[in-house]
Design a protein around this ligand. Sequence first.
Ligand SMILES: [Zn+2]
Length: 314
Amino acid sequence: MLPSALLRPLAALALAFGCAAALNAAAPHRIMLLTGQSNPYHDWAKSAPVVRDILAQTGLFAVDVVTTPPKGADMSGFAPKFAGYAAVVMVYEGAEFPEATKAAFVDYMKKGGGLVVVHDSNNAFPFWPEWNEMIGVGGWGFKPDGGIGARTEKWGPKIRWRDGKMVLDSSTPGNASHPPRHDFTLVTRAPDHPIMRGLPAAWLHANDEIYSHLRGPAKNVTVLATAQPDKGKYPTSSGEHEPMLMTIAYGQGRVFHTTLGHVAPKDTGPHRSIQCAGFIVTLQRGTEWAATGKVTQKVPADFPTADQVSVRAP
Ligand SMILES: [Zn+2]
């Protein structure tokens, strides 16, 4: 038997280590919310504060909002320090970053960084090859002459879900489009992925755009959920199971890509698309996964069901 005089310091040591471990577990993950420009169809100034609050609500993240210079302003000094952040959440579709900033971001991601791509952020940077690899597939994008629709067939295939699996479609024509905003069903395609574990097999998402015919390199993509526009109601829609939630492996980095989250400049709120509990919960879980590779959050009771949307108060 050890004398109690010897046991006491051992117990104190164990307690100290225990406390340190507990403190580490509770330390929030540093997240950079990068925003500041949108195309004419979206409004970062409306959606980014909601995204910031959604992330902060979890208690898991310390969110720094990094705002680029405004549209049309000189971007040459834009050089945020990515290192040290567990993940970068992009609510951004605007001017190209300076080359040094792009290189720093690629380096950050290749070494194990995290990226979350929200809705029209997948329209950004059509001529940045590494970005296209990070997002898997993207939509529209501006050409050098100012016209919209840079992401053509040349950018790569579309992702389709056919016969129970993901396939790449390089043969059918068509570039990004979407039916008008409406409530639609998301179908879970990777129920064992940490982001999706415990979510319903199908759930109704509120008032959003089904991004369709997205194109890109589509490398190292895992489709988490799809949605299928109703060709009966929307005759010009793809009618395909479009990828809505995805993950992409890029170097050692992890990317969570949600195509959900449309907010238009003229919208006055409530913004049902981003106040949908399904959008909120998948963004929170996807951000934790991008930051850490794990998801510790429980699925809340107000998650939408197959026939009922669930929109939270702002
Ligand atoms: Zn949109």
